[in-house]
Design a protein around this ligand. Structure first.
Ligand SMILES: NC(=O)c1ccc[n+]([C@@H]2O[C@H](COP(=O)([O-])OP(=O)(O)OC[C@H]3O[C@@H](n4cnc5c(N)ncnc54)[C@H](O)[C@@H]3O)[C@@H](O)[C@H]2O)c1
Length: 354
């Protein structure tokens, strides 16, 4: 502790390490003090020093500093385990960036180490604080659309995979590990306490032969809910972030500006559809609804503040709150990632939970 605040350090001072450092300094000063960073690349250390952040000359030097209570790991994915184990064994609490590890085996080693050392080990699943996600989660909890039978959750881009370690399997590259893990974590949390019965997935390699540049996974839950998660990086026309279908209505969230709407049926019994011309035929079934049988509502976007993530970590370390991102959630998420890889590479349905 430093001045009664948690001493924090960040290992890996790239894009995300810079973000953690800035947030700890600028938004969490009431609870924490950023003691310093370490990056394997001296240029990144020099950049930190330019910004007034102390850069340690080695990881060992950082881990030996007794003022440091909490280490955030923001390196490429393949070294999360090695760094987490070293930090835990040095008596530090640890936040790992996502994906926590390369596979379930590594994750178990990390959990065993945390248990042995009696230290906190958790993962930065920051997208549990995304307002679009929280809005759909609330729609489910409030039963706004009646029984929900289908959810589609997507993020579409058109730039392929960024040209760094994310293109390299040995560093844990690919979009399943990158964006996928966020949306899959959201899917598993918002559907609790359902069991996930089966997974079917396709992995895409449009722009990259070695790492998936996207995937589509259909998750079927024990109440019949079908949940599609899709990440794609060759889409010059994006589909909505969320498309939700319930027995009494539908909802859409188009984008990160939260454009979207809810449409609910107001008169199910009115079946007086007039056939319309549709292509080379006519249809009554697919005739658009008239305003007297449906009602459109604006989305009520949930409020959230990502800083609550770190506040929970500090409250937990003070013995005041349960940790939000738990080991068992991470185990289930990593198993789901593995099921998606198995399904996508072997083109088969993978059964998940009994
Ligand atoms: N939660 C999120 O929203 C989010 C967003 C982006 C990235 N991430 C995660 O953050 C991590 C880092 O991603 P990034 O985009 O910042 O990557 P990056 O390439 O920008 O930064 C990684 C940094 O780690 C350093 N590094 C590599 N090996 C190291 C080692 N052994 N010890 C110390 N430093 C080392 C590199 O020199 C580099 O500066 C990844 O796990 C990624 O998945 C999370």
């Amino acid at each position: 502790m430093v001045n009664n605040k948690f001493g924090c350090a960040v290992i890996g001072y790239g894009g995300m390490g810079g973000w953690h450092s800035k947030k700890i300094k600028e938004e969490l000063g009431e609870y924490a003090e950023l003691i310093g960073i370490y990056d394997i690349n001296p240029e990144r250390c020099a950049l930190a020093e330019e910004k007034g952040i102390h850069a340690y000359s080695s990881r060992e030097e950082l881990l030996a500093d007794e003022r440091i209570d909490l280490v955030t790991i923001a390196t490429p994915n393949d070294v999360h385990k090695e760094i987490a184990v070293a930090a835990l064994e040095a008596g530090k609490n640890v936040i790992s960036e996502k994906p926590v590890a390369m596979n379930s085996g590594e994750l178990e080693e990390m959990i065993a180490c945390a248990n042995r050392c009696g230290k906190l080990f958790t993962v930065h699943q920051n997208r549990r604080w995304d307002q679009d996600y929280l809005t759909v989660k609330k729609l489910m909890a409030d039963n706004t659309l009646g029984k929900i039978f289908r959810i589609e959750s997507r993020v579409h881009g058109s730039r392929g995979i960024p040209g760094d370690w994310r293109n390299q399997p040995e560093h844990g590259g690919g979009m399943l590990f990158d964006w996928g893990i966020h949306l899959l974590d959201q899917a598993l949390i918002m559907t609790q306490p359902r069991k996930l019965k089966s997974v079917y997935a396709e992995l895409t390699y449009v722009t990259n032969e070695k790492c998936d540049d996207g995937f589509r996974a259909t998750l079927i839950f024990d109440d019949g809910l079908s949940f599609l998660v899709e990440i794609a990086t060759s889409n010059f026309i994006e589909l909505p972030l969320w498309y939700v279908l319930g027995e009494n209505g539908s909802a859409v969230i188009e984008d990160w500006d939260f454009n979207g709407k809810i449409v609910k049926v107001s008169d199910w019994e009115n079946r007086d559809a007039v056939p319309i011309v549709a292509g080379a035929g006519i249809t009554k079934t697919m005739a658009p609804r008239t305003d007297d049988t449906i009602k459109t509502y604006p989305l009520e976007i949930e409020k959230s503040d990502w800083v609550e993530y770190y506040k929970n970590v500090f409250a937990h370390l003070n013995g005041k709150e349960d940790i939000i991102v738990t080991h068992n959630q991470q185990r289930r998420l990593m198993r789901l990632i593995e099921a998606i890889i198995e399904s996508g590479t072997e083109n088969k349905l993978v059964m998940f939970e009994e």
